[in-house]
Design a protein around this ligand. Structure first.
Ligand code: HEC
Ligand code: HEC
Length: 345
């Protein structure tokens, strides 16, 4: 079957393999559970309670500041229990006045501000996504896909994807356009540090992110064929330091293997797929409306590829990836994600 899919100005011709449903390729890859901060499928058994977490000193009235910030806030302000007023440590980093929908959401309707998850600087976190360095056209298309139930989670234990969808459904197009104009004015920043290793600190899932275990249960464990992304500093993360990024522990050799797959379509010496660079640009920083991949969270990339393979990300543009997706197995998802996270955006 030959299909022409038009994205904005650019037109791609793609050959789609003859398959019943062009948006689902179940079976190509097993689920990389690490990308959802889980170690395996749901067991139905009660989860082991997470280890005690170092909490902010909520009753301390003293103001706290961060290196380089002119602002100061109390721990209670930072913890921001009601969620509608994320603290702004670096107002000078914003490209323009922050739209209301990004900074405050709509408390009366229970709509969180975009910044609660993606942060005011759009760098995001592995459990959501970076929303910087994207074209306006791509950004709006994704919001429409969430609205139309074309982007959903493949693992129902992760609930923030559905939350994001419910918020964009409740907001007006004008509000979404304001958020898109704001975030697309911000260029992508280096945010993930990739480290190849055989062992990792023990971690646990806190709100869909891997957090390093401290205290008596702390230690190391084999990484195996996983990627573990965790804040560079849990302390900075608790204080919501928007300039403190994440570290991705990846298996030894995975970056080089991923580079071969992404740039030449070759894995284990065999030509497998159209190189990702053909559509995402030679430097993987995006091509027209096709999104950048350089410097994205490895967990996010692996989730997106798996979601697309399973028809849970099935927007009108996702179909372009069909011939590639049908070939990628779990190891390819891991190596491609490791390599892409290692690139400067
Ligand atoms: C509850 C947390 C949350 C809030 C609030 C939220 N998002 Fe998201 N957003 C997510 C998650 C999670 C994803 C990734 C989905 C996944 O991995 O399944 C996402 C993905 C996106 C993407 C896709 C990025 C890409 O590269 O394709 C865009 C764009 C986006 N969000 C914009 C927004 C905007 C604009 C707002 C405010 C109107 C917003 N989000 C509010 C959690 C949130
Ligand atoms: C034929 C063109 C084409 C090829 C080849 C291609 N992609 Fe894509 N890719 C796209 C388009 C178009 C989108 C936007 C999809 C959408 O809107 O859902 C996309 C989206 C993505 C996304 C989601 C990014 C985000 O911000 O959410 C990831 C991850 C991705 N591609 C990875 C890859 C990888 C890895 C390869 C190679 C193994 C690859 N792509 C090859 C066209 C392509």
């Amino acid at each position: 079957m030959r299909r022409v899919v038009s994205i904005g100005g650019a037109t791609f011709i793609c050959l789609l393999v003859a398959i019943g449903n062009s948006s689902a390729f179940a079976g190509a890859s097993a689920q990389p559970y690490w990308a959802w901060a889980f170690n395996g499928p749901a067991t139905g058994l009660p989860q082991k309670p997470p280890p005690p977490v170092e909490a902010l000193p909520l009753s301390d009235p003293a103001k706290h500041t961060l290196p380089g910030s002119q602002m100061s806030f109390t721990a209670a302000e930072v913890a921001n229990v009601n969620r509608y007023w994320p603290v702004d440590w670096f107002p000078e980093d914003h490209p323009m006045p922050v739209p209301d929908v990004v900074a405050h959401g709509k408390e009366s309707e229970g709509i969180f501000p975009c910044a609660v998850c993606h942060r005011l600087n759009g760098n995001g976190r592995p459990e959501n996504s970076a929303v910087t360095g994207l074209s306006y056209e791509y950004f709006m298309q994704q919001l429409m896909d969430f609205r139309n139930d074309l982007r959903q989670t493949s693992d129902p234990r992760k609930t923030n994807t559905a939350k994001m969808a419910s918020f964009v459904k409740a907001l007006s197009i004008e509000e979404l356009k304001a958020a898109a104009a704001y975030y697309t004015a911000i260029s992508a920043k280096l945010w993930i540090k990739v480290v190849e290793t055989e062992t990792v600190p023990k971690t646990f899932n806190r709100n869909d992110t891997w957090i390093v275990v401290k205290g008596a249960d702390a230690g190391v464990e084999p990484l195996g064929r996983r990627i573990i992304e965790t804040p560079v500093s849990d302390e900075a993360d608790l204080w919501k330091d928007p300039r403190s990024g994440f570290i991705a522990y990846v298996p030894r050799g995975s970056v080089k293997k991923g580079e071969s797959l992404v740039k030449s379509g070759i894995t284990n010496g065999k030509s497998k797929i159209t190189p990702c660079t053909v559509c995402h640009g030679d430097d993987l920083r995006g091509l027209g409306p096709v999104p950048r991949l350089a410097g994205l969270s490895a967990s996010y990339v692996a989730r997106q590829l798996y979601d697309m393979q399973n028809g849970n990300r099935a927007g009108p543009w996702s179909v372009l990836m069909a011939p590639v997706l049908s070939e990628l197995d779990e190891e390819d998802l891991l190596t491609a994600s490791a390599y892409l996270a290692s690139l400067a955006p």
